[in-house]
Unconditional design. Structure first.
Length: 249
């Protein structure tokens, strides 16, 4: 199905039958993607007395309990409330789900023993393009990102200057294939988070950060429409399913 979308006085055509899902699902398996020193998530039949919520074990329905942390176990979208004392819900902050996005691929560079994404790299990748959302795929881009155990591995991260640059470019939604935009062990500084939400100025309450995405290699860099949907959790973060749609020529 071809849909026509009007954006900034220009009409774009996308094929709704060709979604490009860039989320990582929650499986409940031991090799579920993981970070922040938690055990794996669980999905298992609810048990109460003689009742076991599994059709295979005689129940009329499957009735599973699910335990997970959105920051540790699944593609998730977070809002300002992730780093504020006052409560902010991503379900309240994110009200528009469809926007123009730029997918870029970046090779993190070495700095003081870490691998980082710099302002210079983002400037080179984005050029003069103005997009409401930026999707960052890092390389190497191996399929084991969907199962990687990130705890105590010091993954790549964004420099504070890079986050400031995205704000200056008017980017409201940042998506990245890492467990965090910040360094794993930074003594709670959270420089990129704070810069992106402009904690030292007028706070960007509608801006979001989506982490733990996975963009397959056949999906080429360029401009897409992004459909960013979150589960309706009243929480600082929620599992999400970002989907890209290629713009038809």
């Amino acid at each position: 199905m071809i849909a026509t979308i009007k954006h900034n006085s220009r009409n774009y055509k996308i094929d709704l039958s060709q979604p490009l899902d860039i989320s990582i699902p929650l499986t409940g398996a031991q090799n579920n993607v993981n970070a922040w020193y938690l055990g794996p998530p669980t999905i298992q039949p609810h048990k109460e007395g003689d009742f076991v919520g599994s059709v295979a074990e005689g129940a009329p329905v499957n009735f599973n309990d699910i335990w997970f942390n959105p920051h540790s176990h699944v593609t998730h979208t977070e809002c300002l409330g992730h780093i504020t004392e006052e409560f902010h819900s991503v379900n309240k902050s994110l009200k528009k789900f469809f926007c123009l996005a730029e997918l870029i691929t970046v090779a993190p560079e070495q700095l003081n023993g870490d691998f980082v994404i710099s302002e210079k790299q983002l400037k080179y990748a984005l050029g003069n393009k103005k997009r409401q959302a930026v999707v960052i795929r890092t390389i190497p881009n191996l399929s084991d990102k969907k199962f990687r155990q990130y705890s105590d591995s010091n993954p790549p991260y964004l420099l504070e200057e890079a986050a400031h640059y995205l704000v200056q470019k008017g980017v409201d939604h940042l998506l990245i294939d890492l467990p965090s935009v910040d360094k794993e062990k930074d003594d709670g500084d959270l420089l990129a988070h704070k810069a992106f939400w402009n904690m030292n100025g007028k706070r960007r309450k509608k801006a979001t950060i989506t982490e733990f995405i996975f963009v397959p290699n056949p999906v080429t860099d360029g401009t897409y429409f992004l459909d960013l949907q979150v589960a309706p959790f009243e929480n600082d973060a929620s599992p999400s399913r970002p989907v890209l749609y290629k713009i038809e020529e």
